[in-house]
Design a protein around this ligand. Structure first.
Ligand SMILES: [Zn+2]
Length: 267
């Protein structure tokens, strides 16, 4: 398999297991039920106003804890679709192998108030990898990043929404997959995902586009450059109906997990 050889030769810090699982796509729709599932909850910002749960889903087979994938939503509290999708996924996924870490409401106060940032002047998505001695949002970023390190994650997906379609006004990122480097593997992975997502979309404007746009301080940027793992930011457009957008976030995550054979879906 040419494409697999190409990437397994690469020594850029990405784990071979992850490369292998994402590139050896087996187009078999067969879904089996997980034997066991364990759900663990860790609290980020425990004891503070920003205390928020991180759900750790894994198969109970001790040999099968990898790869570890982290899904973050609610970095911006008014980007509802990713939050709803993350909450749905933590209740409805059967894990066959590997570990899934889901943080549905990263900035829980912003989520509760349905505002982008809380406090309004600090953007959580610009302060990674955070600072334990910094302000409360820098501390929050530090703890999220620390959890990623503790679990030695292999991939990170950050769920967002934008007010406008990128294809209409490129100042906004609606309907894009944003990556922080033009790294071959990351670009091919994102292009594959965009293609899968676009297969069901008719309107040209609503189709996803892959953007290479490094955003220092963002969750994905730090994961890519500091942890050396594939990371991407997924953005839907708020002009589309909420129910559709929630489905889109779900579909993106499920596409990754199903192709890697990490999950089966509950009936
Ligand atoms: Zn956002």
């Amino acid at each position: 398999m040419k494409i697999f050889e190409l990437f397994s030769d690469k020594k850029n810090g990405f784990k071979i297991t992850l490369v292998a699982f994402l590139l050896i796509f087996v187009f078999s729709p067969r879904l089996t039920l997980a034997q066991t599932l364990s759900l663990l909850v860790e609290y980020i910002g425990a004891g503070t106003d920003y205390e928020t749960p991180a759900y750790i889903l894994q198969s109970q087979d001790k040999e099968d804890k990898e790869p570890v994938i982290m899904i973050v939503a609610g970095i911006h509290g008014d980007e509802i679709a990713g939050i709803k999708a993350a909450e749905y996924l933590k209740d409805n996924l059967e894990i066959e192998k590997g570990t899934l870490i889901i943080i549905p409401q990263a900035n829980i106060l912003a989520c509760k108030k349905r505002v982008r940032n809380y406090p309004p002047e600090v953007n959580l998505n610009r302060v990674y990898p955070g600072n334990l001695q910094g302000n409360e949002i820098e501390k929050l970023a530090y703890e999220i990043f620390n959890l990623a390190k503790k679990y030695d994650i292999d991939m990170l997906i950050d769920l967002h929404e934008s007010i406008e379609f990128y294809r209409k006004n490129p100042q906004n990122y609606g309907q894009t997959i944003v990556i922080d480097s033009n790294d071959d593997y990351l670009f091919q992975l994102s292009s594959f995902l965009a293609e899968e997502m676009n297969a069901d979309i008719v309107e040209e404007e609503h189709k996803y586009q892959v953007l290479v746009d490094p955003i220092p301080g963002s969750t994905a940027y730090s994961a890519y450059y500091q942890l050396g793992i594939p990371a991407l930011t997924f953005e839907t457009c708020k002009k589309l109906p909420l129910s559709f957008r929630i489905e889109e976030h779900r579909k993106l995550i499920e596409t990754i997990l199903l192709n890697g054979k990490l999950i089966s879906l509950k009936k």
